[in-house]
Ligand binder design. Structure first.
Ligand code: SF4
Length: 199
């Protein structure tokens, strides 16, 4: 409980909030007993920026420091900005994994606020159309979410050096359609394996 950071491979992952703009039925949050890569990511309270920075230690030790969750870190935008600024000042590289709904959530374009702080943004798009995306992920903005995420990915290219669209290989889900969307948006596509209760 209260795992704020954990190492996986060459990267350090940050868990700064369990809040999210989606309520995916497959999310580990429904079964916290299932650890993510051996880590219990349930937060009793969200860590302060100072606590996260202390948990990071030396960001140069890692290939990337990744805001991941379980939860969408961009729901805690001010902390993401403050922590990312510190990571950059200490020669680290920042990636954000997100559901891509932050602009809709805040009702404004937040991406310019991340300029110069974040090297990579990885946007999860599990669903190849509004209906399928809504059914698979239960997003806050229902079927409107799908187009919001695509707009977010397009806009992200103006502010963040590397934009990636990712999709999980769910059984029965035609992932090639999401790959095609990524191509149309002109961003890199990354397929992620389906691991029961992981994302
Ligand atoms: S986007 Fe991630 S953290 Fe949010 S509900 Fe879905 S699986 Fe959970």
């Amino acid at each position: 409980m209260n795992t704020v950071s954990y190492v996986f491979g060459d990267n350090l992952y940050l868990n700064i909030t369990n809040r999210c703009m989606m309520a995916c039925p497959y999310c580990i949050k429904h079964k916290w007993a299932n650890k993510f890569k051996g880590n219990d990511l349930k937060l009793e309270k969200e860590p302060s920026c100072e606590e996260v920075i202390e948990a990071i230690g030396d960001p140069k030790k890692y290939n990337e420091v990744i805001f991941c969750g379980y939860g969408d870190s961009l729901i805690n935008l001010e902390s993401v900005k403050e922590i990312s600024k510190w990571i950059k000042e200490n020669s680290g590289k920042v990636r954000i994994n997100t559901a891509g709904l932050a602009n809709r959530y805040y009702g404004k374009n937040i991406l310019p606020e991340l300029k110069g702080l974040v090297e990579v943004i990885s946007i999860s798009l599990n669903g190849s159309n509004p209906k399928e995306h809504n059914e698979l992920n239960h997003p806050m903005f229902k079927e409107e979410s799908f187009n919001e995420i695509i707009k977010f990915a397009e806009e992200a290219k103006n502010h963040i050096p590397e934009v990636v669209i990712t999709a999980v290989e769910f059984p029965g889900f035609d992932i090639s359609k999401v790959e095609k969307i990524a191509k149309e948006v002109c961003v890199r596509f990354k397929m992620r394996p389906y691991l029961n209760n992981e994302y």
